[in-house]
Design a protein around this ligand. Structure first.
Ligand code: ZN
Ligand code: ZN
Length: 374
């Protein structure tokens, strides 16, 4: 990409944010053809799914052939919408009907999906926050979390931006994995086995979604079960888990990504690898074109209290170091929801280039009746 490609030369006619004349979409509000007059000829469907994805497969790909899951921050979003407002009237013009693709048939504005900002708590044991960010027109991240009789579990999935349907993929994957964990762990299953089954189930669900052979819906996966016995983490892709504690913090996962594989092989320094445009290309993911699924599973037993953080790359891109995250999450004596909100806020303050999703789980999980306020 060169600099002039990203110089704003016009303003979006819907939200007034600067856009490039060649942009097919407004990055701020998602409006197609943001600089053209807003009322199309009646009965004419506006194009909203046609820009060529920046690059789906890397030209110099390591094995297995990965996909490019990360679009440049200013690239248009090319996938059709989820259309949760389908059937109603446009939130903006109030006149147009909203099509099944989630766009107003009159003015072309993409309607809110309900996923722009989502928060949830699992008792006092955990919480999660997901946010659209400042540059994307849709939130393709998703989370699911639940209290267990003796702990808490959570799942974070990040939809692959270049694959249509990935918004749905991440949501269904998170829900499917959580259902396995909440069914099997309380029944006495080994959390590591349950985690493997949860990832496999999530993979099946995503692989079963409709899609064309060149762009199947896809997402990453990271999950944790936290109970008195310790922490069990499972992952596929580049969403991460961290352990944050006053006594020391660390990353619990390794990315399935081009950069990670280059660094691991000793082919490049971390600095070189991360500066490469292929850095974020995934080497594993959930999806019909992902090949056999082999989720990573790892278990830890901390020696003191702390927080497990699960996150999409919208957080770690800006705050990669465990100490960065600890400095934000461990201030204050508040609960997991406040910590998750602070982490999301830190990502937004750093530019909010991507969707950002954070789940925060306490270790050891607080008992059902004691420890209020720690
Ligand atoms: Zn706009
Ligand atoms: Zn409208």
């Amino acid at each position: 990409m060169n600099a002039d490609q990203h110089t704003p030369v016009a303003l979006c006619r819907t939200c007034g944010e600067p856009v490039n004349e060649r942009d097919r979409f407004c990055e701020e509000c998602g409006r197609p053809d943001p600089t053209t007059p807003r009322t199309p000829p009646l009965g004419t469907a506006l194009p909203h799914a046609s820009p060529t994805p920046a690059s789906r497969a890397a030209p110099f790909a390591p094995n297995p052939v990965p996909r490019q899951r990360e679009q440049p921050p200013s690239a248009p979003q090319a996938d059709p919408g989820e259309g949760t407002a389908a059937g109603g009237a446009c939130v903006d013009c109030g006149v147009g009907a909203v099509g099944a693709d989630g766009y107003c048939e009159q003015c072309g504005l993409r309607q809110p999906s309900g996923r722009e900002h989502v928060e949830a708590e699992a008792g006092r044991s955990g919480a999660a926050v997901s946010d659209l960010g400042l540059r994307r027109s849709r939130n393709e991240d998703a989370f699911a979390l639940a209290e267990l009789p003796a702990g808490v579990c959570a799942v974070v999935c990040d939809g692959v931006a270049t694959a249509p349907g990935s918004e749905e993929a991440s949501r269904l994957a998170a829900e499917a994995a959580l259902a396995v964990l909440t069914g099997r762990v309380p029944a006495g299953a080994d959390p590591r086995g349950a985690m493997r089954d949860a990832a496999a189930r999530a993979g099946e669900v995503v692989a079963g979604l409709p899609g064309d052979p060149d762009s199947s819906p896809a997402c990453t996966f990271v999950s944790a079960v936290v109970d008195a016995g310790g922490i069990t983490v499972g992952w596929v892709g580049d969403s991460r888990a961290y352990w944050l504690s006053p006594a020391g913090s660390c990353r619990l996962t390794t990315d399935d990504s081009w950069a990670s594989s280059m660094i691991e092989q000793g082919a490049m320094s971390a600095e070189e690898a991360w500066a490469d445009r292929r850095a974020h290309v995934l080497t594993a993911w959930l999806g019909a074109d992902a090949g056999p699924l082999d989720p990573h599973v790892a278990a830890f037993r901390p020696t003191g209290p702390g927080l497990v953080v699960l996150c999409s790359d919208g957080l770690w891109n800006d705050l990669p170091e465990p100490s960065d995250l600890a400095a934000v999450a461990l201030t204050g004596r508040d609960g997991p929801l406040d910590a998750a909100r602070r982490l999301v806020r830190a990502a937004l303050d750093a530019g909010g280039h991507d969707n950002v999703t954070v789940a925060v789980l306490r270790y050891p999980p607080p008992g059902p009746s004691r420890e209020r306020g720690r």
